[in-house]
Design a protein around this ligand. Structure first.
Ligand SMILES: Cc1cc2nc3c(=O)[nH]c(=O)nc-3n(C[C@H](O)[C@H](O)[C@H](O)COP(=O)(O)OP(=O)(O)OC[C@H]3O[C@@H](n4cnc5c(N)ncnc54)[C@H](O)[C@@H]3O)c2cc1C
Length: 380
């Protein structure tokens, strides 16, 4: 199977690579130091249309399908992970709710501003007791006249600090289990919405993660996203697509690690020869190249299935799982090939070694992906 991208996607991919090399890379060290993506860079990304990657053209976006999004995610993954998270999350799980399940009125109200980057989206499912057990929510939305009253606390929410709109899941009918969970579009400015401080993390510097508290937030009737009781099902659909695209970002990061490892191995001389001449190093490079190739095939296969309208739950879980674990091995080998230099702050391989750990945890841990794959496999 060959991954053949349509010409406009190839061109966009090249443009994104150029943007990242010229605009993001020079700021990488300062993003690492400050834990902030500078406003000036965000504005340049807005000008380039990056916030509208997956938003349909009729609402001001670029309208990429899943394969197209994966192609761009590979480029995002090759550089600063704070920037990649801002763009990748917003144009992925955070806008997908409105795009896939929004009413025409909701699309018209939010999507043009989301495509322009003037409203940042944020996907708010996780709670303290509801991580892998994501349906075990305590956040409630209780009917109040023609609207709803929302109460609860979400944790670990990506992009929450800059977000203008949350896609938040809440229990609307406890007696119905997962069918009693609904999704709501919650505007940041509503009274009772509070965002906590940015969490200090192992990596992902520049990517903001925070809690979001809803205290007696009065939501209008039209804040309901999709059908009442469909919130959990829609969240799973969003996460399935998110997993394929996150797998693509993992491939991007692994491809950069491979480039860095190859460059270093060619240049570094020990015992009178470049270390690239030693079999121990060559076999590490071969393993990374091979596993990266396999991961890309899995990612683009899952993405193509999703674009054909197939569910691809198992294939997206496999792609995310394999790509995340492949990335962990690639980062470990890249650090090893760099020797002591690989352990030094300021080296991209050291930064990616910390950044890459999150892939095996969020949007469903590796164990949860295995549970999904096993369940689908045993079903026959
Ligand atoms: C930086 C960051 C950003 C995030 N961004 C978002 C976001 O934007 N929106 C959002 O809603 N959430 C977000 N999350 C939450 C993330 O999706 C959860 O952290 C993740 O799903 C795991 O949940 P948990 O942390 O509660 O771990 P737990 O569910 O407590 O898991 C602990 C361990 O137990 C294992 N485990 C649990 N259940 C099983 C099982 N049945 N079988 C085998 N093993 C099991 C897990 O795999 C894991 O190893 C983010 C998290 C982080 C760290």
């Amino acid at each position: 199977m060959e991954i053949v991208l349509p010409e406009p996607v190839q061109m966009l991919k090249q443009e994104v690579r150029r943007f990242i090399q010229q605009e993001v890379e020079p700021l990488n060290n300062s993003i690492e130091e400050t834990d902030e993506v500078p406003e000036a860079l965000i504005n340049k990304a807005k000008d380039m249309g990056l916030f509208g990657l997956t938003i349909p053209e009729e609402y001001g976006g670029i309208g990429l399908n899943t394969v197209g999004k994966c192609a761009v995610e590979e480029e995002l993954g090759r550089s600063n992970y704070g920037f990649a998270t801002l763009i990748g999350n917003h144009t992925g799980i955070s806008t997908m709710g409105v795009v896939a399940f929004g009413s025409e009125a909701q699309k018209e109200k939010y999507l043009p501003a989301m495509a322009a980057g003037d409203i940042i989206g944020s996907f708010a499912l996780t709670e303290a007791q509801a991580g892998s057990d994501a349906a075990n929510l305590r956040t409630t939305a209780v009917r109040d006249g023609d609207g709803w009253i929302l109460n609860g606390e979400k944790i670990f929410i990506t992009n929450a600090r800059g977000a203008g709109l949350f896609n938040a899941m809440a229990v609307t009918d406890k007696s119905k289990g997962v069918k009693g969970i609904s999704a709501f579009l919650v505007e940041r400015g509503l009274p009772g919405v509070t965002v906590g401080p940015n969490e200090s993390k192992m990596g992902m510097r520049g990517a903001h993660t925070a809690s979001v508290t809803f205290q007696d937030v009065r939501l209008p009737a039209d804040a309901l996203l999709g059908q009442e009781g469909q919130g959990y099902v829609s969240a799973l659909k969003i996460l399935t697509k998110g997993r394929a695209t996150l797998g693509a970002r993992a491939c991007g990061m692994a491809s950069r690690l491979l480039d860095l490892a190859c460059d270093y191995a060619r240049e570094r001389v020990q015992f009178g020869q470049p270390i690239a001449s030693y079999q121990g190093i060559r076999w590490m490079i071969a393993d990374v190249a091979m596993e990266l190739h396999a991961a890309r095939l899995m990612v683009f296969n899952a993405a193509a299935m999703l674009d054909r309208g197939e569910k691809a739950i198992k294939e997206a879980a496999m792609a995310k799982l394999f790509a995340s674990e492949m990335l962990g091995r690639a980062a470990d080998k890249a650090v090893q090939i760099h020797g002591g230099m690989g352990y030094m702050r300021g080296m991209m391989v050291e930064q990616f070694y910390r950044d890459c750990r999150i892939f095996r945890i969020y949007e469903g841990t590796s164990e949860i992906q295995r549970n999904i794959i096993a369940a689908r496999t045993l079903e026959g």
